[in-house]
Every structure is written in C-alpha cells, then in structure tokens.
Design a protein around this ligand. Structure first.
Ligand code: AMP
Ligand code: ZN
Ligand code: FE
Ligand code: FE
Length: 291
C-alpha cells in the first residue's frame, strides 16, 4: 500500500529566523520523509528560489510566507500581534512587495531598539554584533538577538532568552508596526494565494484572539486555520477544529521548524492530504513546484 504524503506547511530558513539555509531546509525535510514542504519565512519570499533549486526528485514545494499582523482580540483591550500564513501568492504583487519591504525595514529598526535598551541596562550586546548575524536582505527577528545573547553567555539557549528577556511582556520588548490582519488576508487573496491563521491559540507567547475573531476573519476571506502546531494543547486543537467546521476553513498542521533556534523537529506535525487539496483549490497564484 502506498503511504499518504507527509505534508509540513510551516517552516523557516535563514531568509528569516531559521538556522538552515533554504537548501539545508529542503534537505532536512527530505531526510525526515517530507513529501510536501512549505517554506514560510517571516515577511519575505527571499528563500523561494534557493529552496526550489534544491528540491529533490519528487518532493513538492509550496511557496509561502508568514505575515506579521495585528488583530483585535475580540475583547475590550488593545490589539494583539498575530501571524498569518500566505501560500502560493504571486510574489510580484505590488502590495505584497511593498508591505514585506516595509516590514523588513521595521524589523531592523525594532531589533536595534531592543538591543539598545538591553545594552543601556548593561547587557553585553550591541547593534553591530547582532546585525552581523542577519545577512543583508533577510528578515531580522528576536531569535537573532537571542543567539547573540547565547553567544555572549547571558543565557544558555534561544528558548531561555525568550523566557527571560525577549518575550512579548518583557520591559525590553518593542512592538513593530504590523499589518492589519484583514488587510493582509485581502493582499494574499488579491495575489492569488490562500491565507491561514498561524498558531491562533498559542497562549505561551502571550495574549491570543477570541474564537469570534476567527469567525469574523472567515467572513472576510480567511481560508484556513493552523490546528496541529507544537504550541497548541489538545483543547486548543479541538476548539479550532470546531471553528473550522463551522466556518468552512481548511485545517492544517505544521512544525514551525526553525532549525536549531527551536527544539521542534521538521514534520513533527503535519497536514492531512485532503485538507492540502482543499487549500490548493483556493489558490490561483503560483503553482506548487515539483522536484
Ligand atoms: P519576531 O519575529 O522578532 O517578533 O520574533 C518572533 C519569533 O521568535 C517567532 O516567530 C519565533 O520564531 C520566535 N520565538 C518566539 N518565542 C520563542 C521561544 N519561546 N523560543 C524560541 N523562539 C521563539
Ligand atoms: Zn520565526
Ligand atoms: Fe509564527
Ligand atoms: Fe513561524
């Protein structure tokens, strides 16, 4: 009997805050038995071509990105930062090109500010050494600073850096001007892609949205929700599955692999092949590439 394809729809490379180059990412996924891999770097499509060129025979590549967004929570309080996965959109669509470029610039300024705040408090980090870890043109993120903190001996791991100094509630946290999530959904759809709400209920990262927000977004074109994600509890998954059924959303599963910046192995969570087909049926941008 032929086994079903193994599908991982959320991974990061050195184009953003993963530690594997796009080539290494594809190779790691291949070794793990992945048949369908999505590359979804934060606010960039910069890893697409290198990943495509490295595809082993028969492996399929879903070109995507993770968009930094801001959303109402559904409660009477300030908005919250959320992540939206966009798949198979046209990467030359002007609104996407402009917004991703703006956000990458925003990320540089913001990471420098966090670093300066920590340096002012005596932490042995400086902007120059942090940005030495961020190659030109890639998306800067807190994991880069986390690595600098590990290198300086301040913390023992990237996880510890987030738990103690870099989390969203930290005095060193600096927000960035993220895209309103409704606008990001519209942008992805206008470019022929499908939008999936990433790790919607990952509470350990901070505040999360109410279920009503997912319903509202479904009404304005959200195509799916990431259900099986390492940061979701069984109860989170159950609730997301119910929401998806009620609002005609595709359910996905993925590892959110970041190489050694996280302990999560590639393909530790995966997407059902029928759900993947349903996702594809909602796209008209770029094709899935076959190696
Ligand atoms: P930023 O993009 O700068 O807002 O940083 C957020 C990114 O940091 C997330 O997309 C994750 O890749 C990573 N991250 C968040 N929390 C943790 C954590 N506890 N341990 C390791 N990486 C994390
Ligand atoms: Zn990340
Ligand atoms: Fe994310
Ligand atoms: Fe991610």
């Amino acid at each position: 009997m032929v086994s079903p394809p193994l599908i991982d729809l959320h991974t990061h490379s050195t184009a953003s805050d993963g530690t594997d180059t796009p080539e290494q990412l594809v190779a790691a996924a291949h070794r793990a038995g992945v048949d369908v891999l999505a590359i979804t770097d934060h606010d960039t499509t910069g890893g697409w071509d290198a990943a495509a060129a490295a595809l082993p025979t028969g492996m399929r590549l879903v070109r995507g990105a993770e968009f930094s967004c801001v959303s109402p929570t559904g409660r009477e309080e300030r908005p919250v930062s959320v992540h939206l996965l966009g798949y198979l959109f046209d990467p030359t669509h002007p609104a996407i090109v402009a917004e991703q470029s703006r956000l990458r610039d925003e990320r540089v300024v913001r990471l420098a500010r966090i670093t300066e705040k920590m340096a002012a408090d005596g932490y042995p980090v400086d902007v120059e050494s942090v940005f030495a870890l961020v190659p030109e043109g890639t998306s800067a993120g807190r994991p880069h600073l986390a690595r600098a903190l590990v290198g300086a001996g301040v913390v023992g791991s990237v996880n510890e850096a987030f738990a103690t100094l870099l989390h969203n509630g930290s005095p060193y946290y600096v927000p960035k001007a993220d895209t309103p999530v409704e606008r990001a959904i519209a942008m992805v759809r206008a470019a022929g892609g499908v939008a999936v709400f990433a790790h919607a209920f990952a509470r350990r990262r901070g505040r999360v949205v109410e279920p009503s927000v997912i319903a509202d977004l479904a009404a304005v074109g959200l195509g799916g929700v990431e259900v099986d994600h390492p940061d979701h509890t069984p109860e989170d998954r159950e609730l997301l599955r119910e929401l998806a059924a009620a609002h005609d959303l595709v359910t996905t599963g993925s590892s959110d692999y970041h190489g050694t910046n996280k302990t999560t192995p590639v393909a530790v969570e995966h997407t059902d092949p029928d759900a993947f087909d349903a996702l594809l049926s909602r796209t008209s941008g770029v094709d899935v590439l076959v190696g």
